[in-house]
Ligand binder design. Structure first.
Ligand code: ZN
Length: 142
């Protein structure tokens, strides 16, 4: 596969964007995610009001694929409830596992569809899914 097919413009933009790569001033939930196979470590922070995700950000040290996936995810979950956001995460994990998605599930992913080709690169799958698994863990210990 041509590397340009994988590192699409969307992924490139998000991997270098600082927009969501930030610490929040007000944090409702904070969760660390680690992918030892690549060395990715992220801390995902979410701020909720009335059960709706008002803002989210991430920090830590992660590779370009992981950064891009986290940034795209954050854009996609703002304005959603935790339950809605976690259902988007389920759809993303299905996409990367090459499971078939309903039309609504696919639509809920927005720009995250750009990461679909990662499913053909087993070594990078965990980089792409790390933030989404971290999101799924977010209120389990709170
Ligand atoms: Zn990685």
């Amino acid at each position: 596969m041509d590397v340009n097919d994988i590192y699409s413009q969307t992924i490139l933009e998000h991997s270098s964007s600082k927009k969501n790569n930030k610490k929040l001033e007000k944090v409702t939930f904070s969760k660390k995610g680690v992918n030892p196979s690549c060395g990715d470590e992220i801390v995902l922070e979410v701020y909720l009001e009335n059960n709706t995700i008002i803002d989210a950000g991430f920090n830590g040290d992660s590779c370009a694929i992981s950064k891009a996936s986290t940034s795209i995810m954050i854009d996609q979950i703002k304005g959603k409830t935790i339950a809605e956001a976690q259902s988007i995460a389920d759809s993303f994990i299905k996409l990367i596992r090459k499971e078939s998605l309903l039309k609504e599930e696919k639509e809920s992913l927005g720009d995250a569809i750009a990461l679909e080709n990662i499913s053909n690169m087993p070594a990078r799958v965990k980089c792409a899914t790390l933030p989404w698994y971290t999101l799924k863990e977010i209120d389990k210990n709170n």
